[in-house]
Design a protein around this ligand. Structure first.
Ligand SMILES: N[C@@H](CCC(=O)N[C@@H](CS)C(=O)NCC(=O)O)C(=O)O
Length: 220
């Protein structure tokens, strides 16, 4: 039994996508960041900070997308989406899997500034400018690490790609990817994966981005 506590187009999409990659059945419980549903006791029992993803797998439950993906990859090694201790790319696997959350936290803070403040006038143009520059810096770093083909690791698709890949669909709301050709090609390779497309069909409608792009406010 696998039950995923999920907000459409949030970090829980990483888990939804990875479950599809592994061919595992999932029951989805959906929430919205906007309507208070994330304070539900059933979510807090699994994810005590009231964040998604939370997951129930038979008798255990977990939160934190990176930990969940590592756990799923390690308990389904037949798929080859893990990178075990002793593998020559192990250090890169861990580095990129966790670097995805450096980028994810910047996107989250930009979401807060642009979308989720009760009073939009409380947003800080200077903070938005700094966060946007820092997000661009992480994208530039990733561009420098990518190869012309394949995935993050030479060994092929891994949990690190599902972690990082999600970011590449969210970051362009704040930073245009035009200057990053390797990133765009990598994103297209991820998007072409059948499991990614099946996960998108299961995801649900996101209810926070209303525009395609949110620029840094003028005068920041
Ligand atoms: N590092 C955590 C972050 C989880 C997280 O903050 N998720 C966001 C959605 S992307 C959330 O639940 N936000 C609800 C809120 O901030 O109230 C992970 O990767 O699972």
């Amino acid at each position: 039994m696998i039950r995923l506590h999920h907000v459409p187009f949030s970090r829980s999409f990483r888990v939804l996508w990875f479950l599809e990659e592994l061919g595992l059945e999932v029951e989805i419980v959906r929430y919205s960041i906007r309507d208070g549903s994330m304070r539900a006791p059933e979510l807090l029992a699994i994810s005590p900070a009231g964040r998604v993803p939370g997951i129930e797998i038979d008798d255990l439950s977990m939160f934190e997308s990176g930990a969940i993906l590592e756990y799923l990859a390690e308990t389904h090694t037949e798929a080859g989406f893990d990178c075990p201790p002793g593998h020559p790319e192990r250090h890169r696997y861990l580095e990129l899997l966790h670097f995805a959350e450096t980028m994810g936290a910047l996107i989250e803070n930009l979401n807060m500034q642009h979308l989720f403040l009760y009073n939009p006038k409380d947003a800080s143009p200077v903070v938005i400018k700094i966060l946007t520059a820092r997000l661009r810096g992480t994208l530039k770093a990733l561009e420098g690490m990518l190869r012309e083909e394949g995935y993050l690791l030479e060994k092929g698709f891994t949990a690190a790609d599902a972690m990082m890949g999600f970011n590449l669909f969210a970051a362009p709301y704040y930073v245009k990817l035009d200057p990053f050709p390797k990133l765009r090609a990598y994103r297209a390779r991820l998007e072409a994966r059948p499991a990614y497309q099946r996960a998108r069909e299961k995801d649900g409608e996101q209810d926070f981005y209303e525009k395609d792009f949110y620029p840094v406010p003028e005068g920041a």
